[in-house]
Design a protein around this ligand. Structure first.
Ligand code: F6P
Length: 566
């Protein structure tokens, strides 16, 4: 293991100062901070043309924020940002640059990897995506039997699914972005190797009008390749049994051209991307093709422009006004100094219902690490658990725990001033909840207040005494509010990129590599071996399961014994 004389993170001056400061603040109530400072909201919020980021309902003072910014400066965050944007190989375990920012860079040159300009290649692929999506959307692209395409099925998993699926769901309601309505394309996503996923998505489709995108950076992922083969069999069977149909009905997005060729997809139908695009950061690349098909290429470009606006904000704004840096620092404040294990992300908009699922991969696959860049095991907490559901559904499910549970769970409330779809006064009601919940989490309700109210309502003193502790809310529970002016491709791009950069900033401070994902490999390797054993057992032969623990062997035997031979 590599060793380093550099002091461990908890021994650094900024960390120690924050530890000390947390003790001072532990008993301070946010409500008192608001009462003492009428300008707290103005001081602890940042406004941009896309959104308002309000972080005033956090257990922080000006001193906290100063100390947190010092932590970022001690970690040399500005240099790290420049290293990422300029194509340095900051993903050191895979020896790769990290350049998803180049995918939304409108310039034609100025970003190099190993001395070679990458932007011309980026723009060439964008132009190919534009031509292709225009042809499919306009009906010019015809399937094998001459019919235009009505349904696009994206087959991919992880980063090759979650970002595009979330974005398509979010922007379906945009004008000109309808999927499957008003003659627009119906864009569907298949990810799970469970055959039920593909079967459900293919139900009722006409192969003659269906286009498949096989989206896989590596083109080796078990789930994607299994679904891709089954989809090809379905298509070929449905179109008269000839493989020639594949050329008109399959396109691929991958970095692995050899594997794509092996699969039988016409090289002309391959959209390239590069090893410096991480899977979970790839929606901006050709992996975003289903987005362009669903909402049109012009809207896809707006999405990129929104992300680029955030890139500039992140690169150019001082830490104390920099939205992703502030989000990162607040996350670290609770994760490392208040021992919070998780944070909840709560989009108050049905269109964003897949945002938490997307963010789980972005955040947890990036920062779920415990070895620092000196090769040492970290002696502090790193990436949090991310979870959430759209509001107001979550309120009727898990908010009880947020309000009265024994755990402190910081929340990100995401709201939209002007929603994509308006129906009566639904949005006003939704937003009343968006405002009420963070307020309730912060203000709480004291036992005295509860008792007084109960007695005023005629409840006996004894019963009020008994009920009061159960109906008390401690409050002082922190949240951020991210309020977009509207949900557009631009503002969504801005929002997603804000979370990407928040994750990056935390990785820099925690000294971990946010861009590899070795942790997913072991399970994959074991699954491959077990599949072979399953097949042996299902043929009625004896398999050697001695290499497994008793539980795993027992489960596999139970499965094989009870599996129907269908
Ligand atoms: O299993 C993890 C992972 O490697 C993710 O990082 C990635 O987004 C996903 O699998 C899919 O990989 P690919 O695009 O190569 O099929």
């Amino acid at each position: 293991m590599a060793t380093s004389s550099r002091s461990r993170l908890p021994d650094t001056p900024a960390w120690k100062a924050l530890k000390e400061h947390q003790r001072e603040l532990a008993a301070v109530r946010m409500s008192d901070l608001f009462a003492a400072d009428p300008r707290r909201f103005e001081s602890f919020s940042v406004e941009t043309p896309e959104m308002l980021f309000d972080y005033s309902k956090n257990r922080v003072t000006a001193k906290t924020m100063r100390l947190l910014v010092e932590l970022a400066m001690e970690a040399e965050l500005p240099a790290a940002i420049e290293a990422m944007f300029s194509g340095e190989r900051i993903n050191w375990t895979e020896d790769r640059a990290v350049l998803h920012t180049a995918l939304r860079n409108p310039a034609r040159e100025g970003v190099r990897v190993e001395g070679r300009e990458v932007l011309p290649g980026v723009h060439a692929v964008l132009e190919k995506m534009e031509r292709f999506s225009d042809r499919v959307r306009s009906g010019e692209w015809r399937g094998q039997s001459g019919k235009p395409i009505r349904t696009v099925v994206n087959i991919g998993i992880g980063g090759s699914d979650l970002g595009p699926a979330m974005i398509v769901e979010a922007l379906r309601g945009e004008s000109g972005a309808r999927a499957g309505a008003d003659g627009g394309l119906d864009v569907r996503f298949v990810s799970n190797v469970d055959g039920g996923d593909l079967a459900a998505k293919l139900e009722g489709l006409d192969p003659a009008e269906t286009l498949f995108i096989i989206a896989s950076k590596t083109f080796t992922t078990l789930e994607t390749m299994t679904n891709a083969r089954s989809a090809r069999a379905w298509l070929v069977a449905g179109l008269g049994g000839s493989d020639t149909a594949v050329a008109k009905h399959f396109v691929a997005v991958s970095t692995n051209h050899a594997r794509v060729r092996e699969f039988g997809i016409d090289p002309q139908n391959v959209f390239e991307f590069w090893d410096w695009v991480g899977g979970r950061y790839s929606a901006w690349s050709a992996i975003g093709l289903p987005i362009a098909l669903a909402i049109g290429f012009a809207s896809f470009k707006e999405l990129l422009a929104g992300a680029w606006a955030m890139d500039r904000h992140f690169r150019e704004t001082p830490a104390s006004r920099n939205i992703p840096v502030l989000m990162a620092l607040l996350g670290i404040w609770y994760n490392n100094f208040f021992d919070c294990d998780s944070y909840a992300v709560l989009p108050y908009l049905q269109a964003l219902h897949r945002f938490p699922a997307y963010l789980q991969q972005a955040d947890m696959e990036s920062n779920g690490k415990s070895v620092d860049r000196d090769g040492r095991r970290v002696n502090y907490q790193t990436g949090p658990v991310v979870w959430g559901e759209p509001g107001t559904n979550g309120q009727h499910a898990f908010f009880q725990l947020l309000h009265q549970g024994s755990k402190l769970i910081p929340c990100d409330f995401i709201g939209v001033v002007n929603p994509p779809r308006v129906l009566g006064d639904h949005h006003e009601k939704l937003m009343a909840n968006f405002f009420a919940q963070p307020e309730a989490l912060m203000a709480g309700r004291s036992e005295v207040e509860v008792r007084t109210e109960l007695e005023a309502a005629g409840v006996s003193r004894e019963r009020a005494e008994m009920l009061a502790p159960h109906r008390t809310f401690d409050g002082n529970r922190p949240s951020n509010s991210l309020l977009l002016r509207a949900l557009t491709p631009h503002s969504l791009g801005f929002l997603i990129a804000a979370y990407e950069h928040k994750i990056f900033t935390q990785g820099v401070i925690w000294r971990i590599n946010s861009f590899d994902q070795w942790g997913v490999e072991l399970g994959k390797v074991l699954a491959q071996k077990i599949l072979e054993e399953e097949l042996v057992l299902l043929r009625g032969e004896e398999a050697d399961l001695n290499g497994h623990d008793g539980s795993t062997a027992g489960l596999i035997r139970f499965f094989a014994a009870h599996r129907r031979g269908d």
